[in-house]
Design a protein around this ligand. Structure first.
Ligand SMILES: Cc1cc2nc3c(=O)[nH]c(=O)nc-3n(C[C@H](O)[C@H](O)[C@H](O)COP(=O)(O)O)c2cc1C
Length: 261
């Protein structure tokens, strides 16, 4: 074999090896967290950049979420019952008297769910992954449907109708939801959390709904009320009933009232 041919073959071999090394490097990079972080960062940045347009979209979806604003009384920060007593006596209650709850009680329950406890940061009673707060809380009672706004501790009346009788079908005919004077509906906008944490954000949102629900249940006990967490319901029925934006997904329904003896 001539020298020239040997040189050409050696060069071809070197190029092939370099190519293979590069491919191997690329594959290991793709499967490592670093690149995933980078790609998630890029997606996040692109999303940040198109935020103006997204903002318009969000405004559009929220057009049906406007209404009369009702300021809530300031929540009490003390009570006659200890945390241990509340934990010990919490039991799911499904028999309710028709006695209405006061605005003070409603204020207290909504504050327990998502109230702001630190004005400087906006941090709330319930922890939230990355403080992104994906949960939105709604209230169904005899005089209508309300949306809780933590900022300013207020509710917005979205609909004047009593939807509790219609709620029964949505919760697979668990009739007690119509007896309870108040039903809290915890919904979540997953995108607020998954935009930063990807699929793991789905888990975080569910954990947060649990935190918020438990706060509500314990606060109900502390107010001498009874409640039950309801997970068995038809998501799209509830979305339609409340006329929720498509990205507001119902996760929990909590009927609350005075326990019937
Ligand atoms: C995720 C979840 C979903 C639930 N869904 C319902 C429900 O749809 N209807 C209901 O009556 N109770 C529901 N419950 C309440 C349980 O039945 C109740 O917590 C259990 O029987 C234990 O009783 P306790 O809450 O009094 O300790 C649910 C509880 C959890 C944690």
């Amino acid at each position: 074999m001539s020298d020239k041919r040997v040189k050409t073959l050696t060069l071809a071999l070197k190029i092939s090896i370099t190519f293979l090394v590069l491919v191997a490097l690329l594959i290991s990079l793709i499967s490592c967290n670093g690149l995933r972080e980078v790609s998630s960062y890029i997606t996040h940045t692109i999303k940040e950049k198109s935020k103006d347009n997204a903002g318009e979209e969000e405004d559009k979806t929220k057009n049906n979420m406007r209404g009369e604003e009702i300021m809530l009384p300031q929540p009490e920060l003390e009570s006659n019952i200890s945390l241990e007593e509340a934990l010990n006596s919490r039991r799911s209650v499904r028999n309710f008297s028709s006695k209405e709850l006061s605005l003070n009680q409603i204020s207290q329950i909504l504050w327990a769910a998502q109230g702001i406890t630190q004005e400087s940061t906006g941090f709330r009673t319930s922890p939230s992954a990355g403080a992104l707060y994906p949960l939105e809380i709604f209230l169904l009672k005899s005089d209508g449907v309300f949306h809780y706004i933590p900022d300013g501790h207020k509710i917005i009346k979205l609909n004047p109708d009593d939807l509790r009788p219609d709620l029964v079908q949505g919760v697979l005919f668990q009739g007690f939801v119509a007896d309870a004077p108040v039903n809290i509906i915890i919904t979540a906008v997953y995108e607020r959390t998954t935009a930063k944490y990807g699929n793991r954000g789905i888990r975080y949102v569910h954990l947060e709904a649990g935190h918020s629900c438990q706060n509500i249940l314990l606060q109900a006990v502390a107010l001498g009320l009874g409640a039950v967490p309801v997970g068995a319901f038809d998501d799209s029925y509830i979305q339609d009933l409340l006329d929720l934006p498509q990205d507001y997904i119902p996760l929990y329904i909590i009927p609350i009232g005075y326990p019937e003896e």
